[in-house]
Design a protein around this ligand. Structure first.
Ligand SMILES: Cc1cc2nc3c(=O)[nH]c(=O)nc-3n(C[C@H](O)[C@H](O)[C@H](O)COP(=O)(O)OP(=O)(O)OC[C@H]3O[C@@H](n4cnc5c(N)ncnc54)[C@H](O)[C@@H]3O)c2cc1C
Ligand code: FES
Length: 249
């Protein structure tokens, strides 16, 4: 795994929905290859621990990180308006995308951003996005510009269909070969259950609190089952993307 710490010039840091920011950093001829589903560990001035944020896009010399303000660290990030950002990346193992397959990419809430760069690696994917409400809807035009078929639902019906991503998945699963998903744990569990019932392979991106981000501190351990044996793995190093069949929820 090749990663590095870089000081990337901040191009812009704009609020694109309620409390959700789109940070764009210049890659300045950067040579590192980024895979979809990998993440960046962002240094926040005044904080000891970096904040893990998924790569939303890494095209045309720009690294895009889309994040929601949750606590102090992301609040400080949202106030950055110039200079450079100290980023350790690209970290983790991302989605395994194979040519010749039709993928269904599912994002729930702030799990939607990594699906944009993932969509760019797929051939005409079906993208299902779900949000709590209209004020939190993001990236719809970006997915359309990337040539995706995009379906939208909200919990309260204020944008798109009222309902959950799993409703849309059940209606469309016969049209796809494999599913990749990122979002809150209950959503991932429900998506994994639908895929298991239908015999469709599924990869899921897990979120855990992190310390080092590179496999050295054990903060991010999760239980997975491989060859019938339960073992602990690191979300930062072995994931964040796992085979849904192997995750012990
Ligand atoms: C692999 C991965 C990818 C992520 N991608 C995104 C993304 O693209 N966009 C986005 O908005 N959020 C993303 N998150 C969640 C994001 O890292 C947290 O919301 C953020 O760290 C919260 O920091 P804070 O200082 O604002 O909150 P605080 O609650 O003040 O944070 C305190 C500490 O807990 C950690 N922490 C808190 N919540 C989380 C969390 N959910 N996951 C991991 N660590 C957490 C912080 O990093 C910090 O060290 C991702 C998390 C992981 C693990
Ligand atoms: S965050 Fe330190 S081992 Fe994963």
């Amino acid at each position: 795994m090749k990663y590095d710490v870089r000081q990337l010039p901040l191009i812009s840091n704009r609020e694109i929905a309620d409390g959700i920011f789109d940070m764009r950093l210049s890659l300045e001829g950067e040579e590192l290859t980024v895979s979809c589903g990998q993440f960046a560990h962002v240094y926040v001035p005044g904080k000891t621990l970096r904040r893990p944020i998924s790569v939303c896009d890494a095209s045309d010399g720009v690294l895009r990180l889309v994040y929601q303000v949750k606590g102090e660290g992301t609040k400080i990030m949202s106030q950055m308006n110039g200079g450079s950002v100290d980023v350790l990346y690209p970290l983790g193992n991302g989605f395994d995308i194979k040519s010749g397959k039709r993928y269904c990419l599912i994002g729930g809430g702030i799990g939607v951003p990594p699906m944009l760069y993932t969509a760019k690696q797929c051939e005409a994917p079906l993208v299902i996005t779900g949000f709590r409400s209209e004020s939190l809807v993001i990236l719809q035009d970006d997915f359309k510009a990337a040539g995706c078929e995009v379906l939208l639902c909200t919990d309260d019906g204020t944008a798109g269909r009222q309902g959950f991503v799993t409703d849309l998945l059940k209606e469309n699963i016969s049209r796809v070969d494999e599913v990749c998903a990122c979002g809150p744990s209950p959503m991932l569990r429900a998506v994994a259950a639908v895929c298991r019932e239908q015999g469709v392979p599924c990869q899921i991106s897990l979120e855990e609190r992190m310390g080092c981000g590179v496999g050295a501190c054990l903060v991010c351990a999760v239980k997975v089952c491989k060859n019938g044996e339960e073992i602990m793995q690191h979300v930062c190093k072995d994931g964040p993307v796992f085979n849904a069949e192997e995750v012990v929820f």
